[in-house]
Design a protein around this ligand. Structure first.
Ligand SMILES: [Zn+2]
Ligand SMILES: [Zn+2]
Length: 386
């Protein structure tokens, strides 16, 4: 068998060594990748088949390889990236269907391969959704998010998951006994925001404008406030804006029924000389507005990933003669994962602010149909066992 790379990705051209009786294309794909002895158990897992095609199925458990552990998942969270992938049907770097789905999870170690050290059954853990190689130019330069061989993990919407060796070594963390699983499951998205905020090097007393009131924008509000900044938030959804206020935004710009971000902010905010703009919308128009809304000498983080193939128009005179600093933070490093878990365990980021819904695994396909149709829940906790 080939070396495990992206979990859930079938490797074309690889000959099956062992077949399990298959009833679904996913099980066939699984049989091509793994030897699945008959004495292994089965689990319920969400399988993404393609664009807006999601099903919950009973699949065979994968056997563990040396260095791996199995985690019984106690909490999985929905995420904007999963929604994007669901709508698009794939993610070039993260997953190719048919595949298991979901990447924000926490749980309990339920099996340890005899050749895996440092872990025991019963350990309460959170796993990141990726692990860098640690050896390439980018890893050596502390830019592990650009690792040329980043290993992604998917399969959070399932009763259990196998954590590959590299992830066990680099991005699997033990939880404090009192840390709730759904709080720990916020570690990964929060780590991305911690990365984005730390790249900006916020200074206490600065004014920060956050564009976008999704989970990422709301986490940015909380972290900027925690850094001692005054925060303005422009976004949509009454509930989300109210939450933004609770998290520390002192100015709210309601974008309901409006498209022009720059005009809306200028109309509703008396002083728009923001030191920093954190863009968490993921639209070229929002990237362009960010540059126009930051002060001379200010910093912008183009945090929201736009659809691939899109471009932006920036006023070169403005960017140059205002000496702007532009960041485009992406993903996280193992350091940011640890820092994010610390923020959660120290109570600085509270799960109950971000996790505002709950649904059983069996209802996941329906939930994603609703999310695609405009359900504005911040994050929904998926219950893996009825
Ligand atoms: Zn996520
Ligand atoms: Zn690397």
């Amino acid at each position: 068998m080939g070396k495990l790379r992206t979990i859930g990705r079938t490797q074309p051209g690889q000959l099956p060594r062992y077949f399990v009786p298959s009833t679904t294309p996913y099980q066939l794909a699984l049989a091509v990748r793994f030897r699945v002895p008959e004495d292994l158990g089965r689990l319920k897992a969400a399988i993404l088949y393609g664009r807006e095609q999601l099903a919950v199925e009973d699949i065979p458990e994968q056997p563990l390889a040396p260095g791996e552990v199995r985690v019984r998942i106690e909490a999985a969270l929905t995420c904007g990236t999963d929604l994007k992938v669901y709508r698009r049907g794939y993610h070039a770097r993260m997953l190719i269907p048919p595949c298991v789905f979901g990447h924000e999870l926490a749980g309990v170690v339920s099996e340890v391969h005899p050749k895996t050290s440092g872990w025991e059954i019963g350990a309460r853990v959170v796993a990141a959704n990726s692990a860098p190689c640690g050896e390439c130019t980018w890893c050596r330069g502390n830019q592990e998010y650009l690792c040329s061989d980043l290993l992604f993990l998917n399969g959070a919407y399932a009763e259990s998951i196998v954590i590959p060796k590299r992830l066990v070594e680099k991005n699997l963390h033990r939880l404090r006994p009192e840390t709730p699983f759904h709080a720990a499951a916020l570690t990964e998205p929060l780590a991305c925001v911690v990365q984005g905020i730390s790249d900006l090097k916020l200074v206490s007393g600065e004014s920060v404008l956050v564009l976008g009131s999704g989970p990422i924008g709301l986490m940015a509000v909380a972290l900027a406030k925690h850094a001692g900044c005054s925060v303005a938030l422009a976004g949509r959804g009454e509930g989300r804006l109210a939450l933004g206020q609770r998290l520390g935004a002192s100015i709210l710009v309601d974008m309901a029924g409006r498209e022009d971000l720059e005009a809306a902010v200028r109309e509703q905010v008396p002083d728009t000389r923001f030191d920093v703009v954190f863009e968490a919308v993921g639209k070229p128009s929002a990237w362009e507005a960010s540059v126009r809304l930051v002060r001379r000498g200010g910093r912008v983080n183009f945090f929201g990933g736009c659809p691939s193939g899109t471009t932006v128009n920036l006023d070169t005179t403005l960017v140059h003669y205002s000496a702007l600093t532009l960041f485009a933070s992406f993903h996280h490093t193992p350091t940011m994962i640890r820092r994010a878990l610390g923020l959660i365990e120290d109570g600085i980021i509270r799960a109950d602010d971000f996790v505002d819904g709950e649904a059983p695994l069996s209802k996941l396909p329906e939930l994603f149909r609703q999310l695609a149709g405009g359900n504005r829940a911040v994050k929904t906790r998926i219950r893996l066992r009825e």
